[in-house]
Design a protein around this ligand. Structure first.
Ligand SMILES: NC(=O)c1ccc[n+]([C@@H]2O[C@H](COP(=O)([O-])OP(=O)(O)OC[C@H]3O[C@@H](n4cnc5c(N)ncnc54)[C@H](O)[C@@H]3O)[C@@H](O)[C@H]2O)c1
Length: 270
C-alpha cells in the first residue's frame, strides 16, 4: 500500500526530540524521504538513525532555525541528497524558562534576552523556513513541477490566552503568518497550514518524558482536555503529515487544533 506522503521529500525542524522526532518516524513510515534538522546535531543524527533502522531514508543536518543561512543550508542539503523539496515542517520551538518551584514566568518576570531568543526561534524560525522553502518551490516550478507544502507547529497558546504571554504571542504570530502567507502563495499552488497542539510530555519547558512520574504527569495533562488524554507527539505529527499530504490538497490557511477538544470549550457545569 502507498503511504500518505509516499516519495515526498520533507524537511522537519526540531527533529531531535518530541514532535519533530515523532514526525520524522511517522513521515518515513508513510513513504517520505526525510531531512531531520535540529540545533542539536547529535540528537538529529540519533533520530535519523532511528528512521534508517526502521527501514526509512533519512539524513540529519545541524540547523539553527533562527539563522537564515543555516536554514538555507538545510534546504540545500535536502535538494543535494534527495533532488528536491516537497514539504517543510517548521516545528522547532522553545519557551521562556519557568520560575523554579513556581512554574510559568509572568510577563514582568521575563528578561529581554530570553524574550528575544524565544521570538527569534518561534517566529523568525518559521519565517526563515518558509522563505527558504518557497524559494526552492519556485525554482522547482520553473523546472516544471510546482506546488509544495509548508506546515508549522503553532500551539493552543496561539489561539487562546493559555500558556504564557511571550510564548503565546509568538505562537499567535505563527497562526497569523499561516493565514497571510497562505493567501500570498496560493496562486503558486503552495499550501501553508499549522498544527496547534495542547499539552504534550516532551522536553519542552524543561519537562522530562522519562520522568518516574510520567504516568501521573500524563494523567494530569489529560484532565485539561475534554477527551481526557494528554496529546501524544505522534498525534501532532499525524496532523502535520495529513496537511503535507495530497489528501489535504485543497486545504490552506488552516490552524488545526490537536488538543483533545481543549479549544472547543467546556461542558456546562464541567
Ligand atoms: N510540548 C508541548 O506541550 C507543546 C504544546 C504546544 C506546542 N508545542 C510546540 O511543539 C513544537 C515541538 O516541541 P516539543 O514539545 O517537541 O519540544 P522538545 O523540546 O522536545 O523539542 C524541540 C526540539 O527543537 C529543537 N530546537 C530548539 N531550538 C532550535 C533552533 N533554534 N533550531 C533548530 N532546532 C531547535 C530542540 O533541540 C529540540 O530537539 C514546538 O514548536 C513547541 O513550541 C509544544
Amino acid at each position: 500500500m502507498e503511504g500518505l506522503v509516499q516519495g515526498k521529500v520533507a524537511l522537519i525542524t526540531g527533529a531531535g526530540s518530541g514532535v519533530g522526532r515523532a514526525a520524522c518516524l511517522l513521515f518515513s513510515e508513510h513513504g517520505a524521504k526525510v531531512i531531520a534538522a535540529d540545533i542539536n546535531g547529535d540528537n538529529a543524527e540519533e533520530t535519523a538513525a532511528m528512521v534508517r533502522d526502521a527501514g526509512g531514508e533519512c539524513v540529519a543536518v545541524t540547523c539553527n532555525v533562527a539563522d537564515p543561512a543555516s536554514v538555507d543550508a538545510a534546504v540545500a542539503k535536502a535538494v543535494d541528497t534527495f533532488g528536491r523539496l516537497d514539504a517543510i515542517y517548521n516545528n522547532a520551538g522553545i519557551t521562556v524558562s519557568p520560575v523554579p518551584g513556581k512554574g510559568l514566568r509572568s510577563l514582568v518576570e521575563c528578561e529581554p534576552d530570553e524574550m528575544k531568543r524565544v521570538e527569534d526561534v518561534n517566529i523568525n524560525g518559521v519565517i526563515y523556513g518558509s522563505q527558504a522553502a518557497i524559494r526552492q518551490f519556485e525554482k522547482q516550478a520553473s523546472e516544471g513541477k510546482g506546488g509544495g507544502s509548508i506546515v508549522s507547529t503553532a500551539s493552543v497558546s496561539g489561539l487562546t490566552g493559555y500558556g504564557g504571554v511571550i510564548y503565546g504571542t509568538t505562537k499567535g504570530a505563527v497562526v497569523q503568518l499561516t493565514r497571510a502567507l497562505a493567501i500570498e502563495v496560493a496562486d503558486k499552488g503552495i499550501r501553508v497550514n499549522a498544527v496547534c497542539p495542547a499539552g504534550m510530555l516532551t522536553h519542552y519547558a524543561g519537562m522530562d518524558p522519562e520522568s518516574e512520574h510520567r504516568d501521573m504527569i500524563l494523567q494530569s495533562m489529560g484532565k485539561a482536555h475534554p477527551l481526557g488524554r494528554a496529546i501524544d507527539p505522534r498525534d501532532t505529527a499525524a496532523a502535520a503529515m495529513f496537511l503535507c499530504s495530497d489528501l489535504a490538497s485543497n486545504i490552506t490557511g488552516v490552524n488545526l487544533p490537536v488538543d483533545g477538544g481543549f479549544t472547543a470549550g467546556r461542558k456546562v457545569g464541567g
